[in-house]
Design a protein around this ligand. Structure first.
Ligand SMILES: Cc1cc2nc3c(=O)[nH]c(=O)nc-3n(C[C@H](O)[C@H](O)[C@H](O)COP(=O)(O)OP(=O)(O)OC[C@H]3O[C@@H](n4cnc5c(N)ncnc54)[C@H](O)[C@@H]3O)c2cc1C
Length: 382
């Protein structure tokens, strides 16, 4: 499957080659073991930092490279997904949802201290928006931060937070004002802050290699300096952040579909039944043809939206469509891949078994399918 040449230039190809080598050398030999252990070594952050992978898309003066280059980020994400572990990609990549608000809106003194450490892989970053009472209705979040001199006193809890157990820094959505979206702010909370604690590591259907946690704030004292952006203007920051997260999730879904298709093709050529390869049965041949078609269409639409984002255009409606379309086809292709591989597709030793489990979160995280449809409908004036 050829990557669309028109979207990627030579510098993106260099990124792609270097991340692919990193995945082949540092991840693929160990990934099955890490998946079963439900954890990858913390050292991998340092290695990915040293290889320049964590810094892709971030400002050079803060330790990054290819600042704002959407397709460098796309190329890197696609290659990381060749690890076949959505959990590893989500865990290693949790900085990409937690860090952008710090880069864009934190006080310079905070930004200059935190960002280089995270891009070097010395510190781990997480984003904490979702609460036990709900994740879709962000404007209604309950965790409260009350100003007390030069600190905020934070009370409440968060859940389902990727890298929540191991993170050192958390970008946390809190309520500083009245009800609704106009009362939401973002705070940087650091591990070790009095009153902040991490709950149990949650057991999950998929994404085993990532850690997912509950967080508790019990009169947690956060310096006012750690306010990200303007007080009570956090909702817009969260929504802006969601655009790139939704692009990443669409890319993950397309790559999941691609891996599922590749595995299916291999099996269809090799597995024999009734005296011929199973791929020679017309019903499977046509299914594989449809799978390939759906993937190509999804990927082109996603790239098209990435190109619009790279050009600085707002694609709120279209990126929601891309996420829904890509996750729909990944649902379909991972289901079909397991079916094509028969009993072997159900075995833990095959990649499609993991793809099927890992895939399920993609239409839930970063805004559910229903919330994407709400956004699309609203943008259509409904
Ligand atoms: C593995 C994993 C990792 C995650 N990582 C993070 C993270 O790092 N940081 C973070 O903040 N969160 C994270 N999340 C949380 C995730 O973003 C939320 O689960 C998601 O936004 C949905 O919120 P909810 O689970 O509270 O569901 P709810 O909001 O309670 O929704 C329940 C159901 O109701 C539907 N629904 C809700 N509102 C509407 C509506 N208006 N119209 C139609 N249907 C509606 C939803 O689509 C869903 O089907 C993670 C979740 C998982 C499982």
């Amino acid at each position: 499957m050829a990557a669309s040449l028109s979207y990627f230039d030579e510098s993106h190809q260099l990124v792609r080659d270097s991340v692919r080598r990193f995945v082949e050398r540092e991840i693929l030999p160990y990934i099955d073991e890490w998946e079963e252990a439900e954890e990858f070594p913390r050292e991998l952050y340092l290695k990915a930092g040293a290889a320049g992978i964590l810094g892709i898309g971030y400002p050079e003066q803060l330790g990054g490279s290819h600042e704002g280059d959407v397709f460098a980020k796309v190329a890197a994400s696609e290659e990381l997904m060749r690890s076949g572990s959505g959990g590893l990609v989500a865990g290693l990549g949790s900085l990409d949802i937690g860090l952008p608000p710090i880069v864009k809106w934190a006080k310079p003194v905070v930004r200059e201290r935190v960002v280089p450490q995270v891009l070097a892989g010395e510190k781990i970053m997480a984003l904490a928006v979702t609460e036990p009472t709900g994740g879709s209705d962000v404007a209604n979040l309950k965790t409260r931060a009350v100003r007390d001199g030069d600190h905020y006193r934070v009370n409440g809890s968060k859940t389902f937070i990727t890298s929540g157990v191991r993170a050192d820094y958390y970008t946390v959505a809190v309520r500083t004002g009245g009800e609704g979206f106009g009362g939401v702010s973002l705070l940087l909370v650091e591990k070790g802050t009095p009153g902040f604690s991490v709950g149990r590591k949650l057991k999950k259907m998929g994404w085993w290699a990532s850690d997912t946690a509950e967080l508790f704030f019990d009169d947690c004292k956060v310096p006012v300096e750690n306010l990200i952006g303007v007080e009570n203007a956090g909702f817009a920051c969260i929504m802006a952040n969601f655009q790139s997260e939704r692009l990443s999730l669409a890319i993950m879904a397309n790559m999941t579909a691609q891996l599922a298709l590749q595995e299916s093709l291999k099996w269809a050529r090799e597995r024999q039944a009734f005296g011929k390869p199973v791929g020679k049965f017309q019903v499977l041949k046509h299914r594989l043809a449809e799978m390939a078609t759906q993937l190509e269409v999804s990927r082109e639409f996603t790239y098209c939206q990435a190109a619009q984002m790279a050009a600085g255009r707002s694609v709120i409606k279209e990126i929601s469509m891309a996420k829904n379309f890509a996750t729909d086809i990944a649902d379909r292709l991972t289901y079909d891949a397991v079916q094509i591989m028969g009993g072997m597709g159900y075995m833990r030793e095959t990649l499609v078994e993991r793809l099927y489990r890992d895939n399920r979160i993609l239409s839930i995280g970063g805004g559910t399918r229903e919330i994407m449809n709400e956004i699309i409908a609203k943008q259509m004036g409904l």
